[in-house]
Design a protein around this ligand. Structure first.
Ligand code: SAH
Length: 258
């Protein structure tokens, strides 16, 4: 990295986080199988369809959507480094005419009212909160169009204190599935489906690839405190998952605009 001295600690941490995640195919729990399963609920897509993948990261799930659905996909992510990788992946797969990534924020989306046939967002809506995203993104959808998002959710009404506290610090919007469905309904969607992501979305597709990535990262940044802390946090999160996976997980929420 260039010019570290002139950067604030915050900026440096931020770049480290981007670099850490850039090396991974996914930036959140999920799998191609789960993306395809969620896609199987869409019955409205044609070659003319317009799809937005919000918080697309480097595009792991986007390329799966492109492979299994027709239409044009715009990937949106706040981080330019992720969008660069996204567009490289799209070209590599010869999808550049149908799949293109742009830098942007989910609280200021570059779409017209009623322009989209589908809004997709895996493991990203928490950045503005599920309820806010459901409400604010709705106007971009055509009547009868779909929204499909995955989101951390509680499986039980009560949880051990340690994991309850961890999530309340990370994402206070985490809630039980029935409350999320009610939020979706109130925002003006027909709840079409919800399903819990299988454990391998966390273990095989999210945490396992991080193990070798962490070792390389620690070698490269030996002695760097921010890098060590980042890896420590990721390891702690993975341990908590193994300990408390009976109480929470990722859930796909699929709705249709009324
Ligand atoms: N969908 C990908 C990435 C999930 S990680 C996957 O499932 O692998 C969450 C993503 O949201 C990150 O790529 C992060 O850069 C992006 N993000 C965070 N805040 C954002 C915002 N305000 N607008 C758009 N994207 C944002």
């Amino acid at each position: 990295m260039m010019n570290n001295e002139s950067k604030s600690i915050h900026e440096f941490d931020f770049e480290l986080i981007c670099e850490y995640y850039s090396g991974l195919e996914r930036q959140g729990p999920g799998s191609p199988e789960v993306t395809i399963k969620a896609l199987s609920f869409m019955d409205n897509l044609t070659n003319e369809s317009k799809i937005a993948d919000i918080g697309c990261g480097t595009g792991g799930q986007t390329m799966v959507i492109a492979d299994h659905a027709s239409g044009h996909i715009t990937g949106i992510d706040l981080f330019p480094a992720f969008i660069d990788l996204f567009n490289m992946n799209s070209r590599k797969l010869n999808l550049q005419d149908r799949v293109n990534g742009v830098v942007g924020s989910m609280d200021n989306l570059p779409f017209q009212n009623e322009e989209l046939d589908l809004i997709w967002s895996e493991g990203a809506i928490y950045n503005i909160g599920f309820e806010r995203g459901m409400n604010e993104w709705r106007r971009f959808l055509k009547p009868g169009a779909f929204i499909a998002v995955s989101e951390a959710s509680w499986f039980t009404e009560e949880r051990p204190l340690e994991i309850d506290k961890f999530w309340k610090d990370e994402y206070p919007g985490i809630d039980i599935i029935s409350n999320k469905v009610a939020q979706m309904q109130t925002a003006g969607y027909i709840p079409m489906a919800t399903f819990v992501l299988p454990e391998n979305c966390w273990t095989e597709h999210f945490y396992a690839p991080q193990v070798p990535a962490q070792e390389k990262f620690l070698e490269k940044y030996a002695g760097n405190k921010a890098a060590e802390e980042l890896v420590e946090n990721q390891r702690h999160e993975a341990e908590l998952y193994h300990k408390y996976k009976a109480f929470y997980g990722y859930v796909f929420y699929i709705g249709k605009k009324m």
